[in-house]
Structure formats: structure tokens, C-alpha cells
Design a protein around this ligand. Structure first.
Ligand code: E4P
Length: 227
């Protein structure tokens, strides 16, 4: 079953969509906080999201220039905020992210290997023990590669190798990206609110509903006539 996560830290957006019953988790990153939640208290906001959503909440490490110890301490701090916290660990080029993922797995802290663009990165993160591996659909495309192929091959390798990581596909910029990612093998689609709000709409659906409403109005008038 393909799961849907909300790619946002905005609690109004989360509150608006939760009653739809479609979302089972939330993902965030530093840019999401900066663009949609300027001025909020980070810890308070994370705790607020945890209180709203009964599912995993990904929060990204920010001490990129820190030591392994700094990063592990940051991860431990986030993990102490709630059982559903998942720590997002970037795929740094020097392999530090893999080291951190592996150590966090040993500590029983769930991780989401993030900013992944290639099948090799997915394979490494998954082998290191990442709970989730995040492939960035449109950023893969921006780099000139085919995100559908990256997702498809990643899923095949995970399944063939008996690896446990779930593939999250993010960087969704239009509704059509979603079906491509899902069919290619994403376990989870993380969707920005703006894209979600476009998904129930289709011009023909609107036209059909209007046609049925008009027919019902005419039918009601006709009932009065035949009695
Ligand atoms: C990661 O989870 C996100 O999807 C991230 O914000 C990337 O999205 P963008 O490529 O549209 O910025």
C-alpha cells in the first residue's frame, strides 16, 4: 500500500488535511521551516505536530559542520521529544551520514536518509540501517537523471536484498509526479499542501457534479407535477 505523508511544518495545513484520513506521517526540513514557519519556536512546533499526527515525523539534522558526537547528540535530543520522531540524516559525500545512520540504528533511533539522488546512495543508506530513504523526485530530474528509473531500481534492490528501508519520494512539484513515483515503487509519497489541494479537482468531475445537481433540481420539480 502506498502511504501518504505531509511535506510541511505548517500546523494549519496539517489540521486542514488530517480529517481527509489520507496522511500517516509528516516530513520536514530546514527549508520547509524557513519558508513556511518563520519565527516559530522549533521545538514547540515539532511537539505540536507530534500531538496532531499519530505517525512518524521526520526532523532533519542541522549541525552539518559538527562532529559525529555533535550530530548524534542533536539526533538524541530530537528523539527525546517523542516516540514518533525520525531523524533525517543527509547523504554527505564523505560517508559521515552513513556512519551516523548506523550509530543511530544501534541506539534504536529511527532515521530517514535524505537528499538521495542515485540508486547507489539508496543502497548504501539502506545497508547502513536507514529506516527510510528519501529520493527527491524533481531534484533527480533537475540533475538530468530519470527519477522513475531511480525509484524502480531502488525498490528492486531493496526487495531482492531483503533490506528493510521504506522509500519516501519527496520533491513533488505537480500532481502527475505522484502516480509516476507510486507506480515506480515508492512506499511513501510525501506531498506539499499546495499539491494535495490540487488533487481532488478535475474539470470533468466539476462538470459532472453540476450536471447531476441540475438534474436533481429538475427531478424534484417533476415530483411536484406528477402527484
Ligand atoms: C523533501 O522531503 C522535500 O520534498 C524537499 O522539500 C524538496 O522539495 P523541492 O525539491 O521541491 O524543494
Amino acid at each position: 500500500m502506498t502511504e501518504i505523508f505531509l511535506d510541511t511544518a505548517n500546523t494549519d495545513e496539517i489540521r486542514a488535511v488530517l480529517p481527509w484520513g489520507i496522511a500517516s506521517g509528516v516530513t520536514t526540513n530546514q527549508k520547509i521551516f524557513f519558508t513556511s514557519c518563520k519565527g516559530v519556536n522549533f521545538k514547540q512546533r515539532v511537539k505540536e505536530i507530534l500531538s496532531l499526527v499519530d505517525g512518524p515525523l521526520s526532523v532533519e539534522l542541522t549541525t552539518s559542520s559538527g562532529s559525529d558526537e555533535d550530530l548524534i547528540n542533536e539526533a538524541k535530543e530530537y528523539a527525546s521529544w517523542g516516540n514518533n520522531i525520525v531523524v533525517k540524516v543527509p547523504m554527505w559525500a564523505d560517508g559521515r551520514g552513513l556512519r551516523i545512520i548506523n550509530q543511530l540504528q544501534r541506539l534504536g533511533i529511527k532515521t530517514n536518509a535524505t537528499c538521495l539522488m542515485t540508486v547507489n546512495q539508496v543502497l548504501l543508506a539502506s545497508k547502513a540501517g536507514a529506516t527510510y530513504v528519501s529520493i527527491f523526485f524533481n531534484r533527480v530530474k533537475d540533475s538530468g537523471a530519470d527519477p522513475v528509473q531511480v525509484i524502480k531500481e531502488s525498490r528492486q534492490i531493496i526487495d531482492i536484498s531483503g533490506l528493510k528501508s521504506k522509500i519516501i519520494v519527496g520533491s513533488i512539484r505537480k500532481p502527475e509526479d505522484l502516480s509516476q513515483a507510486a507506480v515506480a515503487g515508492a512506499h511513501i509519497l510525501t506531498i506539499p499542501h499546495k499539491i494535495l489541494m490540487q488533487m481532488p479537482y478535475h474539470a470533468k468531475t466539476e462538470e459532472t457534479i453540476k450536471e447531476f445537481d441540475e438534474a436533481w433540481a429538475e427531478f424534484q420539480k417533476s415530483q411536484g407535477c406528477s402527484d
